[in-house]
Design a protein around this ligand. Structure first.
Ligand code: ADP
Ligand code: MG
Length: 489
């Protein structure tokens, strides 16, 4: 077992920058290569949130980089501080099998996020911290309150309820609260979950007859953070359970943090008693960012990726994209990949190419590619997951919505749509369409959700919303959509 040659690590970083530039973060440079023995390279990551993130999302690309740098099959294992002894040597012996499975990436590190429990699908992103959050007139109050909540959980504002439109930074702020709280209060127990995950776990617990487990999971915490609480709309039994969860925590002085796309009183069919509970702490709105804030966000996001973006480019993009921030990020992605492709520095011409192209899409009929991109951005699922065989609800629903939209907006046959959605047959597409029709009919929240996606797709302003924002299609993923997979027979 020996320290890896520093040249190997440098070569890995440059491989990552070259081949996975959009995944690269400036803090990758803080990772400390520990030892390279046989087929495993161990990388020490001192920040827990970064460690978890790397284990979940980056093992494969680091494995690739290690292989490129060494010219042999090397698996990467990310380890935390708990995995090294006082002498700085790793405690746990390398398990051969892990090295053979570089794409698993979970490793055997004994240290977990500890105090922070999250639902599987709700990974805390190291990108979503207070440091990277840009403060502007539209979010100043929400930000200040979030900082206060993290400093004094249960004492500053309880509950703390933030609301605002899609892509305005609610999830970012919630995760920043989790990360700062964890850092400031040793041993504090935080549970961060989406409302949908709360609901699913509740239903599962009822069916399995393990409500005690469920209750102890959600009630024995110091801070409960629930994202997208508007999804409680119409869910009578879940509302009832959440009401009791809320009371149990609130009465014992525990902090509750919630986000929603609407203020409490405007969440459709939310019980009055929940509305009044949600209103009894601080309700803060997040509004669209102004020009200066948008410019600063572009700069901050670019810095996070070690990207050099000249002022004129930041100004140009901020002037053209004035809706949600996810779109700004999409533009940065696109500019970055164009620069990578052309192997040139980022300049105004590239920005015009990237953003100009976006605008030309507005007004034209949606294509399958646009549908996939909008779905992927809206539900925050990866394109590869949409096209994969995975059937978990968090993927299956967006995929079904995508098929339904493809049927409505394109001229493709059921077979062709199935082909574009990862080689599914026409009966699956038919089933998806029926499911979505049914859900829209039975569920106001889903109906609203799909209407919103259609607005994004067709660039129509919703009736009653503020006048034309000039929003073009959300283009967050500069990915080439694979050709449809033909179905046999
Ligand atoms: P929401 O949950 O409101 O739909 P997100 O929190 O997912 O929105 O934000 C969408 C993207 O915009 C994220 O990448 C987030 O980091 C970024 N973002 C939003 N607001 C800000 C801000 N004030 N500063 C920096 N990034 C922001
Ligand atoms: Mg969100």
């Amino acid at each position: 077992m020996g320290r890896p040659d520093p040249k190997v690590w440098d070569a890995m970083l440059s491989h990552l920058r070259q081949h996975h530039s959009s995944m690269c973060r400036h803090w990758f440079e803080d990772i400390e290569p520990q030892d390279l023995s046989g087929v495993t390279l161990r990388l020490l990551v001192r920040e827990l949130v970064q460690l978890k993130y790397l284990q979940r999302s980056c093992a494969q690309i680091f494995g690739e980089a290690a292989q490129a740098a060494t010219g042999r099959l090397v698996g990467v294992q990310f380890i935390g501080e708990d995995d090294i002894g006082d002498d700085g040597r790793p405690l746990t012996p390398i398990v051969k099998q892990e090295a053979a499975l570089p794409s698993n990436g979970l490793g055997t590190t004994r240290r977990d996020l500890g105090a922070l429990a999250t639902d599987d699908d709700m990974l805390i992103s190291p990108d979503y911290s207070f440091d990277t959050f840009v403060i502007g007139p539209g979010n100043r109050l929400a930000h200040a309150a979030a900082v206060a909540v993290a400093a004094k959980p249960g004492k500053a504002y309880n509950p703390f309820f933030i609301h605002g439109g899609v892509g305005l930074g609610k999830t970012h702020l919630l995760q920043a609260v989790c990360q700062a709280t964890m850092r400031l209060h040793q041993g504090i127990r935080i549970h961060y979950v989406s409302c949908n995950a709360f609901m699913t776990q509740f239903i599962d617990a009822v069916q399995a007859g393990v409500m005690n487990d469920f209750r102890s999971r959600f009630r024995h915490v110091d801070v409960l953070v629930v994202d997208d609480i508007h999804d409680l709309s119409r869910r009578d039994r879940t509302q009832e359970e959440f009401f009791h969860t809320f009371n149990a925590l609130f009465q014992s002085g525990k902090q509750i943090v919630l986000s929603s796309d609407a203020p409490p009183a405007e969440i459709p069919l939310l019980e009055e008693r929940l509305v009044s509970r949600f209103n009894c702490g601080l309700v803060a709105e997040m509004e669209k960012p102004c020009f200066e804030t948008r410019v600063e966000i572009i700069k901050r996001k670019s810095a996070l990726r070690n990207l050099l973006v000249p002022d004129e480019v930041a100004n140009y993009v901020a002037a053209r994209i004035d809706t949600n921030i996810r779109e700004l990020e999409g533009a940065i992605n696109k500019i970055q990949s164009l620069a990578d492709l052309a192997k040139t520095p980022i300049d105004l011409d590239l920005a015009k190419q990237a953003v100009g192209e976006r605008l030309s899409i507005a007004g034209s009929a949606p294509t399958i590619q646009m549908i996939l991109e909008v779905i992927s951005a809206y539900y925050d699922v990866r394109l590869t997951e949409l096209l994969s065989k995975r059937r978990s609800k968090s993927i299956a629903h967006p995929r079904q919505v995508g098929m339904w939209l493809a049927r409505k907006y394109t001229r493709y046959s059921l077979e062709e749509i199935g082909g574009y959605f990862g080689g599914r047959d026409h009966t699956t597409v038919m089933h998806a369409i029926k499911q979505i029709e049914l859900k829209r009919h039975n569920d106001v929240a889903i109906d609203r959700e799909i209407t919103r996606i259609e607005e994004l797709l067709t660039n129509d302003e919703a009736p009653g919303t503020s006048a034309g924002s000039g929003a073009a299609l959300v283009m967050t993923i500069p990915t080439v959509i694979p050709a449809p997979i033909a179905m046999a027979g």
